[in-house]
Design a protein around this ligand. Structure first.
Ligand code: ADP
Ligand code: SR1
Ligand code: MG
Length: 408
């Protein structure tokens, strides 16, 4: 089928020829609306006219970056990787991934379950909603998706096949290399240059060679370390949530990369939210809950990852009987600590990129009062720098929480 960019009318004509979608709506008439609020793609909600609660989501990639426009071409093949990743992650742990009803790589689109009772987590956290099951859910999601797509669980050929299936996601990997690890730390046309101009904070950051060299080491890990299938953009805008359920959406940046990258992305976004509450709401109870959530998420991730590992005796990496029990235990403990260390380093990059880089976060760039925004930016860069300078010395989640608390 030849690619055609859909709109809210043609999307209906397309869906009328999709059996799974027609079965879902029976004979009811349907209508569509565009609801995308992300940087890259178009997202439509398709509803039954007589029963608007009955709905599906259809997401289509266009051959350019939506938030900039057609002058910024971007391969729509990103949707192929999103489809593959959604299917892979759904097979590993279905309760955290929307169900897919239909996908079409030629049309760069996917039709999935409508998460009607869930909101984007970033919004919920800004509004001080506490999600008491979140650390349990997201630690399971991260530990299972990372462990079961790594050489710690797969055999050698399956792991290499996985790399073949995902690592030609060239353009989105390059976007991350540029927008997370390079451009936000130098003068660049893509930056938020209004804010950068005559700003002592950007001058300090751009000339901080010690910091920038360490960012380069993390960028190199990102480019070369093929540990496990990553979501690739696991910020709180990629999580839809309510009090009971947590769903991870939008894995178009998926590729086989370093274990610590998804964990680091999540950590960075929870800390960004903490900063927002330090500066804007000053709600001590909510801040305390966020810190506790950060600690619980990291600790539970470690425990669950090790548990999955204890259940798997044979893999590309470890042949049964190769090490005695004690050496194996020490090896695994060092391994999981290294993931924690890298997560902190990646979190530092992910936080710092949000200050002057092209894609800000609502918690910080969205602060209207210039003095308060300046305070939030200063605090964020302070924590990000600590993370980047100390990541390889970190040994526990308590040390991470200490860094965050002591910065304020
Ligand atoms: P982009 O790739 O452009 O970032 P997203 O996948 O993040 O697009 O989707 C954009 C928005 O569409 C989300 O922020 C959310 O509001 C909405 N959305 C996406 N998927 C679903 C879904 N399965 N159910 C309900 N809303 C969704
Ligand atoms: C221009 S794309 C900017 C960012 O949006 C996505 O969510 C990724 O984080 C990307 O870096
Ligand atoms: Mg998104």
């Amino acid at each position: 089928m030849q690619y055609k960019q859909l709109d809210k009318t043609s999307v209906i004509d397309y869906l009328k020829n999709v059996k799974e979608v027609m079965n879902f709506f029976s004979s009811e008439d349907i209508e569509a609306d565009e609801i995308g609020d992300g940087n890259l793609n178009y997202v439509y909600i398709v509803k039954s006219i007589e029963n608007p609660l009955k709905a599906l989501i259809i997401k289509q990639a266009v051959p350019y970056l939506r938030c900039v426009g057609e002058e910024f071409p971007l391969d729509r093949k990103r949707m192929t990787f999103e489809i593959r990743a959604l299917k892979k992650f759904y097979n590993i742990f279905p309760s955290f991934v929307p169900k897919i009803y239909h996908s079409n790589e030629d049309m760069s689109l996917v039709v999935m379950e409508y998460l009607s009772n869930h909101i984007i987590m970033r919004r919920g956290l800004i509004n001080k909603i506490k999600y008491l099951n979140f650390s349990e859910h997201i630690s399971t999601y991260m530990a299972s998706t990372l462990f079961y797509t790594s050489s710690l669980s797969l055999n050698s050929s399956d792991k290499r096949k996985l790399v073949d299936k995902f690592n030609s996601n060239y353009e989105l990997c390059k976007l991350t290399e540029d927008l997370v690890f390079s451009f936000p730390f130098m003068e660049h046309e893509t930056n938020d240059n209004e804010n950068t101009k005559d700003n002592p904070l950007s001058a300090k950051l751009f000339s901080d060679a010690e910091f920038k060299e360490r960012v380069l080491c993390l960028k190199y890990k990102f480019m070369t370390q093929s540990d496990a299938l990553l979501h690739g953009d696991l910020h709180t805008g990629s999580i839809m949530i309510n009090k009971d359920e947590t769903y991870v959406i939008d894995p178009e940046f998926a590729f086989v990369g370093p274990f610590g990258f998804d964990v680091g992305a999540l950590l960075a976004n929870l800390v960004n939210n903490y900063i927002h509450h330090c500066i804007v709401t000053k709600d001590e109870e909510f801040k305390e809950w966020l810190l506790q959530t950060i600690k619980e998420t990291l600790d539970k991730f470690n425990q669950k990852f090790l548990k999955f590992w204890s259940e798997c005796n044979d893999s590309a990496l470890l042949v049964e009987g190769y090490l005695n029990d004690e050496s194996l235990k020490n090896y695994k403990n060092r391994f999981i600590k290294n993931i924690l260390k890298d997560s902190v380093g990646f979190a530092g990059c992910k936080m710092a990129r949000r200050i002057f880089g092209v894609a800000g976060v609502e918690e910080i760039r969205g602060i209207k009062d210039a003095t308060l925004r300046d305070e939030a930016e200063t605090l964020s860069l302070k924590i990000a720098r600590e993370f980047i300078m100390k990541y390889d010395k970190i040994n526990s989640s308590d040390e991470i929480v200490e860094i965050i608390k002591n910065a304020w």
